[in-house]
Design a protein around this ligand. Structure first.
Ligand code: HDD
Length: 715
């Protein structure tokens, strides 16, 4: 049976391309891989009913052999991922800057496949690890595939790709005992970081709430490196790429993240899947920061240094198009697991710069697919196949699919009448940007990269107070897990270079003094290099960049937010219905949670189906909680009380109608209420009748983080 097409826009070229490879078994017989119909798939062939299995049983052997080989190596990084199909459309032609075909015509929809991921954990690890998220987009353009292979953080840990294996070895589980899984809170990671001060800007991001997204649909994406746009006249400018989520950027609390990992380790994957299945298609605007060639050296950082960002206040992000994810995969392995990205998959009009991190990546991605997917023919796997037909003289290899017709497999040739032929530029032929190079061959780093802390400081200073507190707590947690005291001391010493306040607060939490760092901070240079050339040379940045704080993210929608409604037998049906309908009308999703599964009866005897019992539900997988009037049946329910306390601790919006407040009074929150009234500014809505307007506004604020430091909630 064909998969339901819930959006007419899905009728795009890539989906047409995938169609012949889809297998639908409805109304079909079971067969072997050779198409032989199977009569008995339950019993192997034996010498008598109680006898040994016969080697002759080719049906058994085929099935078991296939099973034995069903796993491929997982990605060395970004192993845990979730993918979806969609489309991209540019708002207006970008011809002024680039000749890239998919950025010319606003009426053209370009199919895309997106894979989000965590970096350090294995394939089965939790979605809620404190980690960078991968944000990879394959654009199936008419000119071939363009891969955007970015992250949800705009900078990176290291400046040169040659350190990537070291970084990853350090962050992955430690090699002797393979502990801990999907976590950076261990000695080897922080040991490496403490010797690599260039990582400190990225560390600020990784310790911030950016590393704990509420949803993959609520995080930004960044190309990180500076790339080039080239227009039809051959004129180039520099460009930084951004994805801006239309639902805003939001995060969960660390305590919550850890609990979600236990309650539902597929939380992000399921959230993405369900949003798309329900037709609430996630959307991002594609943004560019354009830097004219002549401004290359205008800023207090090097555009080629991937540990630096360009503050949006200096170069605004121009939103040039929109991506909508509108279709889930048919098969996780065939699509999400086998998709192969590569930052070197370019189209005419886009090119690289000499960022040394990017340059190293250009080798790594194809190379890794050879062992991961097992063949140089991985581009023929349906999800990787370009919609622009492939014609070249590459031949053979494991699992070749294409049947190349004809005698010629070389260029130039006459026996094939000269085909396939090279394309002129006017015919779409790709040419690299003709950058002037006049240099000595050296193993070295530019002095313009030797500024390790000033943008880390900019980031920290640009955060709201709750965000700063989260960074401090994250560092206390991570460093508190270290076994080697000297590593902890080196890091706290380095933090003092970012902010003395930050270092002092982290040190206080760890019960130590901020050490003075006497040794040279940087250990990341060659054996014969002059250490003095590799020391920090701070450059004055702008003081603050409001765009770096998630507190300034738009907070104007409750679309797709998950709202828990707590009720038991005897609930006031109207109180429940009025709120539920208002929430649904604003695009939120509601679940009725009760002491038991099945159904409850409201005060008038109407039957209300229960979505989850307190046993299968948990406050941490919801955004807000509502207690309708008629809450008597919950007053002595410890799970309901815990649910409210925990929601309060995680700073979520809470509402109670009428005598629903009696349940609130049983919790930690009760004594906080002044004369039984709520406090809309603190996200606690108490009243009688239709409270939906205030509650919806409160949910849209996402969280009331200021509660955190005041309240010691027992949850
Ligand atoms: Fe990488 C995968 C992003 C630096 C080597 N990388 C991978 C993925 C993302 C990124 C999103 C997962 C793609 C997918 O979903 O299949 N990587 C980045 C970013 C970087 C970066 C934003 C820095 C700005 N990566 C980087 C370096 C190297 C690699 C410096 C090696 C020199 N990355 C790989 C890899 C992976 C990969 C080993 C593993 C699986 C794969 O490529 O296909 O080749």
């Amino acid at each position: 049976m064909a998969k339901k097409n819930n959006n007419p826009q899905n009728l795009n070229k890539k989906l047409d391309d995938l169609a012949p490879d889809r297998e639908h078994s409805a109304n079909e017989f079971l067969t072997t891989d050779q198409g032989l119909r199977i009569n008995d798939d339950t019993n192997s062939l034996k010498a008598g009913e109680r006898g040994a299995t016969l080697l002759e049983d080719f049906i058994l052997r085929e099935k078991i052999t296939h099973f034995d080989h069903e796993r491929i190596p997982e990605r060395i990084v970004h192993a845990r991922g979730s993918g979806a199909h969609g489309v991209f459309q540019v708002y207006e032609s970008m011809a002024k800057y680039t000749k890239a075909g998919f950025l010319q015509d606003p009426s053209v929809q370009t199919p895309v496949f997106v894979r989000f991921s965590t970096v350090a954990g294995f394939r089965g690890s939790t979605d809620l690890a404190r980690d960078v998220r991968g944000f990879a987009v394959k654009f199936y353009t008419e000119e071939g595939n363009f891969d955007f292979v970015g992250n949800n953080i705009p900078v990176f840990f290291i400046q040169d790709a040659i350190k990537f294996p070291d970084l990853i070895h350090a962050v992955k589980p430690e090699p002797h005992n393979e502990i801990p899984q999907a976590a950076s809170a261990h000695d080897t990671f922080w040991d490496f970081i403490s010797l690599t001060p260039e990582s400190m800007h990225m560390i600020m991001w990784a310790m911030s709430d950016r590393a704990l997204p509420r949803s993959l649909r609520m995080m930004e994406g960044f190309g990180i490196h500076t790339f080039r746009f080239i227009n039809a006249e051959g004129k180039s400018c520099f460009v930084k790429f951004h994805w801006k989520p239309l639902l805003g950027m939001h995060a969960v609390a660390w305590d919550e993240a850890q609990k979600i990992s236990g309650k539902n380790s597929d939380f992000h994957r399921q959230d993405l899947w369900e949003a798309i299945e329900s037709g609430a298609f996630p959307e991002w605007e594609f943004g560019v920061q354009i830097i004219p060639e002549e401004d290359e050296h205008k800023y207090p950082f090097d555009l080629l240094d991937p540990t630096k960002l360009i503050p949006e206040e200096l170069v605004p992000v121009m939103r040039i198009g929109k991506m909508t994810l509108n279709r889930n995969v048919d098969n996780f392995f065939a699509e999400t697991e086998q998709v192969a990205f590569h930052p070197g998959h370019l189209v005419p009009g886009i090119d690289f710069t000499n960022d040394p991190l990017l340059q190293g990546r250009l080798f790594s991605y194809t190379d890794t697919q050879l062992s991961r997917l097992g063949s140089p023919n991985f581009h023929e796997i349906p999800i990787n196949r370009s919609i622009n037909p492939i014609h070249n003289n590459q031949r053979d290899g494991h699992m070749r699919q294409q049947i190349n017709v004809g005698k010629s497999s070389y260029h130039p040739n006459t026996v094939g009448a000269g085909f396939p032929q090279q394309a002129r530029i006017a015919e779409g032929g790709f040419t690299s940007y003709e950058e002037r190079i006049d240099a000595r061959k050296v193993r070295a780093r530019s002095k313009s990269f030797m500024d390790f802390f000033s943008q880390a400081t900019l980031f920290f200073n640009s955060q709201s107070e709750p965000e700063q507190n989260h960074i401090i707590d994250a560092l206390r947690f991570e460093l508190g897990k270290l076994e080697t005291v000297a590593i902890r001391e080196r890091i706290v010493g380095m933090l003092a270079k970012v902010s003395t306040v930050l270092a002092a607060k982290v040190a206080e939490g760890l019960g130590m003094a901020v050490p003075e760092v006497k040794e040279p901070l940087n250990h990341n240079y060659g054996a014969d290099a002059n250490p003095a050339d590799y020391q920090d040379q701070p450059k004055k940045q702008i003081d603050k960049s409001p765009a770096l704080s998630m507190a300034n993210s738009p907070k104007d929608t409750i679309k797709t937010r998950q709202i828990a409604i707590l009720a038991a037998d005897g609930v006031d049906g109207a109180s429940l219905k009025t709120m539920k309908e208002a929430l649904l009308a604003h695009g939120a999703q509601c679940k009725l949670i009760a002491p038991h599964g099945g159904a409850i009866k409201d005060a008038k005897g109407s039957v209300l189906p229960v979505d989850m019992s307190f046993l299968t539900a948990a406050s941490v997988v919801f955004d807000a909680v509502y207690v309708p009037a008629g809450a008597k049946g919950l007053l002595d329910n410890a799970d309901a009380i815990h649910f409210i306390n925990e929601s309060y601790r995680h700073c979520k919006a809470i509402a109670a109608d009428g005598d629903g407040v009696d349940l609130i009074n049983e919790t930690y929150v009760g004594p906080k209420l002044k004369k039984g009234k709520g406090d809309a500014t603190a996200g606690v809505i108490i009243g009688k009748g239709d409270l939906s307007k205030d509650f919806i506004h409160a949910i849209a604020q996402h969280r009331f983080w200021e509660r955190e430091k005041k309240d010691k909630v027992p949850a």
